[in-house]
Design a protein around this ligand. Structure first.
Ligand code: CP
Ligand code: NVA
Length: 298
């Protein structure tokens, strides 16, 4: 693996290898290998972050490397320097890059021009690091996803849902997305996905019925905060005790965080499932260390 730009471009075998490495790193945390020894990894962030920033900074250090956080506001990128020029400069100085931004194309272009290992730390299209942590959590809690039904309630065409759809395509589990019509994946996307195990409904109760994993995310992703009209369309899409009544026995509730209690999830459900949700957050560290190790070893 040269880069991690999306879940779309991973294979089931690569996902399996990354999760196995993540589990191993988690079990042996504190006796880590040093594949990043002597390396500096740049972290270029155009959007806010708590989990992604902290987990990468800690993970890089634990693997022997040095993280360099670069807010795009503080570097010339924020003043209009091109991605391809920034990439060619950093590619001559640092050993890898982690990028959180808007356009997926910017991450692709950075990887192409920098020629150093590049990780997508969230774009408008995908959040691959989060999905690896989510899958690790499902495996830890439920033993795996074969024969499991996964529901996603909320924005059906966000970075999170798109990455979950690609994960379902590669791994074969049933995924039902419940979303207001205006936030559903486009017909073009569904055609490109070509996954008969992924379906979309406007009815959250149908999606949750019999589900083993119920996943949600903010209604307004970063960059959409001023679209208050869009938020109104999510009435009835809150993950709450009422909605979960028809879920499978022993179901998990996942949330990538940050959460807005009283909007996409009720306070009661978040706290009832806090053990899973914060395990999911912790797993960002282990999953990303597996990604870093894999990229460092080429
Ligand atoms: N889930 C996630 O990516 O969180 P942050 O935005 O805090 O990094
Ligand atoms: N869909 C959310 C995920 C946050 C981790 C966003 O892009 O803001």
């Amino acid at each position: 693996m040269k880069n991690l730009l999306s879940i779309e471009e991973l294979t089931a075998a690569e996902i399996g290898d990354l999760l196995a490495a993540a589990a191993m790193l988690k079990e042996h945390r504190g006796s880590d290998p040093n594949p990043l020894e002597g390396q500096t990894w740049a972290m270029i962030f155009t959007k806010s972050s708590t989990r992604t920033r902290v987990s990468f900074e800690v993970g890089i250090r634990e693997l022997g490397g040095f993280p360099m956080f670069l807010s795009s506001n503080d570097i010339q990128l924020g003043r209009g320097e091109l991605i391809k020029d920034t990439a060619r400069v950093l590619g001559r100085m640092v050993h890898g890059a982690i990028i959180r931004t808007y356009a997926q194309q910017d991450v692709v272009e950075f990887a192409e021009f920098s020629k150093i290992p590049t990780i997508n730390a969230l774009t408008d299209d995908e959040h691959p690091c989060q999905i690896l942590a989510d899958l690790l959590t499902v495996r830890e809690k439920l033993g795996g996803w074969d024969d499991k039904k996964v529901a996603f309630i909320g924005d059906g065409f966000s970075n999170m849902t798109r990455s979950w759809m690609w994960a379902a395509k590669h791994l074969g589990f049933e995924l039902v997305i419940a979303s207001p019509v205006s936030c559903q994946p486009t017909a073009d996307f569904m055609e490109q996905l070509a996954a008969p195990n992924v379906s979309v409904t406007q009815n959250p109760a149908d999606a949750v019925s019999g589900s083993h994993v119920i996943n949600t995310d903010v209604w307004l992703s970063m960059g959409q905060e001023d679209q208050k009209d869009k938020e109104l369309e999510f009435a009835g899409f809150q993950v709450n005790a009422n909605l979960l009544a028809a879920a499978a026995q022993g179901h998990l509730v996942l949330h990538c965080l940050p959460a807005y209690r009283g909007k996409e999830i009720s306070e009661e459900v978040l706290e009832l499932h806090a053990d899973t949700i914060f395990q999911q957050a912790e797993n960002r560290l282990h999953a990303q260390k597996a990604v870093l190790m894999s990229l460092a070893m080429g």
